[in-house]
Ligand binder design. Structure first.
Ligand SMILES: *[C@@H]1O[C@H](CO)[C@@H](O)[C@H](O)[C@H]1NC(C)=O
Ligand SMILES: *[C@@H]1O[C@H](CO)[C@@H](O)[C@H](O)[C@H]1NC(C)=O
Ligand SMILES: *[C@@H]1O[C@H](CO)[C@@H](O)[C@H](O)[C@H]1NC(C)=O
Ligand SMILES: *[C@@H]1O[C@H](CO)[C@@H](O)[C@H](O)[C@H]1NC(C)=O
Ligand SMILES: *[C@@H]1O[C@H](CO)[C@@H](O)[C@H](O)[C@H]1NC(C)=O
Ligand SMILES: *[C@@H]1O[C@H](CO)[C@@H](O)[C@H](O)[C@H]1NC(C)=O
Ligand SMILES: *[C@@H]1O[C@H](CO)[C@@H](O)[C@H](O)[C@H]1NC(C)=O
Length: 346
């Protein structure tokens, strides 16, 4: 009887340990809702809750629309935009030894700026996020303008950096030339990094042009979205009011995590070119470095094919080993749990 009792406790402990290990580390603060609809909301972002302070600063406050279940949608009232996705900073290591750092990203829907169009767009006043934690991502976005006899300039940024593009009127060329957005009814250019303001001024490319000035559009958009989803810009822009844009976010305008705290949370940081710090989990760890629970060990052995054939996977802190054969300890534990099962069956 005594022996049976001990065995059952061992078995239960093994079970609960297995369950605890499988649970992913939290991304939101305790007592805070982690999802709005299908979008995960990691701290420092958060929604209002009666039980806890769920966001670090009003800039990161998320309003979750009162939709039904998965149809609810998150909004950032601080910049008045709908949120499509929030990613915390990340580091990817490649076998070649090369590491790639991805900043914290919040993908939002930003209004298109229009000129001389019959419709009135939602955001013709431009966007000014000065003083906040959000920056237009240079590597993920591009500047697009659609229209004829058009010269569009990004304004509001350092006046010595005039980023813009111009396009010709072309009523003879085939649509494929326009689709590449290479200067026929559509033009594109790169976006400088570290900007928090977006506004546009439209001019005529050829002042002598005697055709009527038509509707023009200008916007920032995610390169990936524009290149894969848009095939006929001058038609498709008449249907869209907002397009997906990637913003980089940083908390370091408001707080920095000390090095000792970062080490405890198994996190590191790097500084962006515009001054903000990006905190990310050390290799072999996952979680949220902006929370006290920080980053936690990844159990690589739970993934398929962690070790080549016949080698036994052993998870370690921050890494894992592929061992030649089962360690005697593991065999003993398996033996014990089988034993307790037998006892229970009796
Ligand atoms: C929630 O769902 C019900 C039934 O599916 C629908 O009648 C109602 O309008 C929905 N409410 C919102 C806010 O979407
Ligand atoms: C954008 O430009 C328009 C017209 O030049 C101006 O009225 C508006 O205030 C600007 N918006 C911002 C946010 O700078
Ligand atoms: C943006 O807002 C800041 C302060 O909120 C202001 O100082 C700055 O002039 C604005 N920039 C533009 C281009 O409107
Ligand atoms: C536009 O019209 C003016 C006079 O009305 C003329 O002098 C000019 O050459 C025209 N420009 C073009 C590009 O046709
Ligand atoms: C091209 O546009 C010009 C000016 O708007 C117009 O005079 C001409 O007829 C157009 N050509 C064709 C083929 O549509
Ligand atoms: C808008 O259209 C009017 C009349 O066609 C023209 O005078 C004006 O230059 C146009 N504005 C822009 C920004 O193209
Ligand atoms: C955090 O660190 C950054 C980069 O060193 C610095 O620019 C910023 O002022 C610091 N913020 C605070 C609140 O101390």
């Amino acid at each position: 009887m005594g022996v049976q009792f001990v065995m059952r406790i061992t078995f239960l402990l093994l079970l609960t340990y297995g369950l605890a290990e499988a649970a992913a580390p939290p991304m939101a603060r305790p007592y805070c809702t982690e999802f709005c609809g299908t979008v995960r909301i990691p701290y420092p972002f958060g929604m209002t809750s009666a039980r806890a302070r769920c966001y670090s600063n009003d800039w990161f406050k998320i309003d979750c629309s009162t939709g039904n279940g998965s149809s609810a949608r998150p909004f950032l009232p601080s910049i008045n935009m709908e949120v499509l996705e929030i990613k915390i900073p990340n580091r990817y290591d490649f076998l070649s030894g090369y590491s790639y750092y991805e900043p914290g990203i919040v993908r939002v829907k930003m209004p298109i700026i229009t000129s001389n169009c019959t419709r009135t767009g939602p955001g013709n006043g431009g966007v000014n996020m000065t003083g906040g934690p959000f920056y237009f991502s240079s590597y993920r976005n591009k500047f697009i303008s659609v229209g004829c006899n058009n010269m569009a300039l990004m304004t509001g940024i350092d006046p010595t950096v005039r980023v813009g593009c111009n396009s010709d009127c072309d009523n003879k060329t085939i649509i494929e030339r326009e689709a590449k957005c290479s200067g026929f009814n559509c033009c594109q250019s790169r976006v400088p990094s570290g900007n928090q303001v977006f506004n546009v001024s439209f001019k005529s490319k050829d002042e002598e042009y005697n055709g009527s000035e038509k509707c023009k559009y200008a916007f920032l958009a995610e390169k990936e979205w524009f290149d894969s989803d848009i095939t006929n810009p001058s038609y498709e822009m008449t249907l869209l009011e907002r397009v997906p844009v990637a913003l980089e976010w940083t908390v370091s305008n408001f707080l920095n995590i000390s090095s000792s705290r970062a080490a405890r949370r198994k996190a590191e940081w790097y500084s962006t070119s515009y001054g903000g710090r990006q905190y990310f989990c050390l290799p072999g760890y996952e979680g949220n470095p902006y929370l006290y629970t920080g980053c936690q060990d990844i159990n690589e052995c739970e993934k398929d094919n962690a070790c080549p054939n016949k080698l036994v996977c052993e998870n370690t802190e921050g890494s894992y080993n592929c061992n030649k054969q089962e360690s005697p300890l593991k065999v003993a534990i398996i033996g014990m749990s089988v034993c307790s099962l037998n006892l229970e069956n009796e």
